[in-house]
Design a protein around this ligand. Sequence first.
Ligand code: DGY
Length: 324
Amino acid sequence: MASPRPAVLVARQAPAAVLARLHAEFDVDLNEPDVVLPRPELLQRLQGKLACMITGSERIDAELLDACPELRFVSTVSVGFNHIDVPACTARGVVVTNTPDVLTESTADFGFALMMAAARRMSEGERMLRDGRWQRWSWDLLAGADVHGATLGILGMGRIGQAIARRGHHGFGMPVIYHNRSRLDAATEAAVGARYVSQDELFAEADHLILVLPYSPAVHHLVGAQQLALMKPTATLTNVARGGIVDENALVAALRAGRPGAAALDVFEGEPQVNPALLTLPNTVLTPHIASATIKTRTAMAALAVDNLLALVSGRPPLTALNP
Ligand code: DGY
């Protein structure tokens, strides 16, 4: 008799062609409605599953692992993994994989676009036009800050940070400054045209500052009143990392005080809920966590998550494991 196929929970929808490859090897329990499973249902649906394919919306922690002892593989369709307790997984022999690289360029595109939208007041302009408040051309109507030639600041100089630096340096003639846990080697700095500075210098000198560092409790509210007060009144702050890095109440107060001049946020502390004050401020550009959302990139992310599961189930090493 053939041995039973391994079971996998696919917690959120993914492209059908990608999932078809999973169906070939696994018994797939797909959460068809594509809503975030409430925690009790997630625990219940994980019973007897060898693997799960999740997104940033499902939390994998010690409690869940202990309640689902048959779970051996966790494949997240995201590069960020702050929703997974990797040490707890490792301690229980659970392999965790994520989807780096395939989203780097799309996320960098979006970060750059958000920064430009904030600098050039695009959302304000669109809201004015749609609301019927545009009355005439005038020389200073929604006049913003230049992007070309301005100083681009990057906090977190991993793959996405470097891709943003390349855009600024090569495409827009921007001097690039950055701060990171560890400094890049000289050749990489030269290739992306970036200069290492202290964190305070970064906040004080950047005309446009982009956050692309990974979230961990160590960087919770790293961007608070003190750092924001260092920024120029004409500067913009863009966040395509994780909402928890920014103290949103401090940001609201800072934006009201006009320092920085504008913020562009794709991620929020309590998403999908958004701090109502941010919604009322004219100098914000707000998007619903879509920095990696192109069809091509999201398909590539799902494909890599599936490739990892197929490798694991056939005894091959995973392509992008997070366990040490
Ligand atoms: C990621 O890949 O981490 C993005 O934020 C999507 O969750």
